[in-house]
Design a protein around this ligand. Structure first.
Ligand code: MG
Length: 467
């Protein structure tokens, strides 16, 4: 009581001196600076070449292009796996999916009849940030287990709104899958739309899904403008079946896939505008990327990896190198960043920026990449592992990438063991066309050692995708 009265007296004397507002603003900024907000915008199955600033000739992405010019365009940014579930597990935990049981060659992702999910003991970006007082929301596709014990609310998210798995699931007639996906109607896919643990619409009206995710995201930003927050906006698009809202029908020269990307780009613009309107621009780290490469199986309804080979499902660059843009005005120097990083680096990096220490009872595969973000030091990451399900198919170290195994992304069980491995210099040959293995036996020998050492670090865990 005494203290309250004292504060009131202090505030009134400051007001009379005309400096209270200034003081308050200063204090608020200080608090915010010590704990920046984080936003991850994740597209689903968008290719490296599907963004204007990454070279697409007919898809218009003015908001992403502007975000890149005001921020950093990362050209060697990878995901943990070339398909949805393991990629998302890697992003949120900072650990390779092989360590969390979130990959399988029998079932490459989780399905509506799966009984597994991200284990309770795993620490997600959301649960880590909760310990530092963050508000957290997951809006969009989850795909890390739809049963309550695996759902976003069980993994550190205060709020969830979205379709809990892929938008092509719960298909009405399995035999008609391909025709349904390529000529889609809402009721072909009986996917639920959930708010926290409640189903609020089924089938979800996917034509308005991008728009509604965006509204939910901007509302969350507005409601949390006075406290630190983490927003994980994981779009269901452009994963097939493709849907877009009325305003985006037939607007793109690239057909329906282009319409969908242009709506996603609009969504990015809405998020950045919401930050500006709420005075949060300078205190918010925003990253845009994709969970895996384009699903080229669906031809013009799948995206493009641009100059990269392969796509979703495989371990050529197109499957796992993603169009990535990071923006944090006033803190990050704009530019093109060619250093390597992965989505698994986000957890250690956000933890560093929010002043959280990670436990040392587990292996992290992510690194704190603040030295690269701030331009103050060397890239802590020199190696990328390319897992296809439970096997390592390729390793990148520095500029070289060795493929120990190759397999078509979809449609073939045949694995070709490459001995000696195929070797590509990714700086010179990002399309992986010119095998230089015979010129560099010493690099092949080093890659084999890295492979053995890494494999020795992997401890078998219960497989969640086969449950
Ligand atoms: Mg995906």
């Amino acid at each position: 009581m005494k203290n309250t009265r004292k504060s009131v007296m202090l505030i009134s004397s400051l007001l009379s001196a005309g400096i209270a507002n200034h003081q308050n603003t200063f204090a608020a900024e200080n608090v915010k600076t010590s704990k920046p907000n984080f936003i991850i915008i994740l597209a689903d199955d968008m290719g490296y070449g599907d963004v204007g600033v990454f070279g697409h000739p007919t898809i218009r992405t003015p908001n992403l292009d502007k975000m890149a010019s005001e921020g950093q365009k990362w050209t060697s940014f990878y995901v943990a796996a070339p398909v949805c579930t393991p990629s998302r597990a890697g992003l949120l935990t900072g650990r390779l999916p092989i360590r969390t049981g979130m990959c399988s060659e029998k079932r490459r992702v989780l399905f509506p009849n799966s009984n597994g999910g991200l284990p309770e003991k795993e620490i997600t970006i959301a649960s880590a940030l909760k310990t530092a007082g963050y508000s957290t929301a997951c809006i969009g596709k989850w795909h890390l287990g739809h049963l309550p014990q695996f759902a976003p609310n069980a993994h550190g998210f205060d709020y969830y709104y979205g379709i809990p798995y892929s938008n092509d699931m719960d298909v009405k007639e399995t035999n008609n899958y391909v025709s349904y996906v390529t000529s889609p109607k809402i009721d072909y896919f009986n996917v639920p739309l959930m708010r926290n643990s409640e189903i609020i619409e089924r089938p979800a009206d996917q034509t308005t899904i991008t728009k509604r995710y965006t509204q939910e995201a901007t509302n969350f930003i507005k409601h949390n403008k006075d406290k630190p927050f983490f927003l994980y906006l994981a779009h269901s698009m452009p994963h097939v079946p493709l849907f877009r809202s009325k305003e985006f029908e037939n607007i793109s020269l690239r057909g329906i896939y282009g319409d969908v990307i242009e709506e996603l780009d609009w969504s990015v613009g809405e998020i950045l505008t919401a930050l500006k309107q709420n005075g949060l621009e300078k205190n918010t780290f925003v990253i845009f990327t994709s969970d895996n490469g384009p699903w080229t199986l669906f031809q013009d309804q799948g995206g493009s990896a641009g100059l990269l080979s392969g796509g979703k499902g495989g371990t050529y660059e197109g499957g796992m190198r993603e169009p990535t843009i990071i923006r944090w005005p006033g803190t990050l120097k704009p530019g093109v960043i060619m250093d390597m990083a992965t989505t698994m680096d986000l957890l250690p990096t956000f933890s560093k920026l929010a002043n959280i220490s990670l436990p040392n009872d587990r292996i992290y595969d992510g690194y704190d990449i603040t030295p690269v973000l701030f331009g103050t030091g060397k890239d802590p990451r020199d190696i990328v592992y390319y897992y296809r399900d439970v096997e390592i198919f390729a390793i990148r170290k520095g500029v070289y990438k060795a493929h120990f195994r190759t397999q078509p992304e979809y449609g073939s069980e045949v694995v070709t063991v490459q001995d000696p491995p195929l070797l590509f210099n990714l700086n010179i040959d990002p399309s992986e066309r010119h095998n230089v293995a015979d010129k560099h036996p010493e690099i092949i020998a080093e890659m084999k050692k890295i492979l053995e050492k890494h494999q020795a670090s992997v401890v078998p865990v219960e497989n969640q995708l086969e449950k």
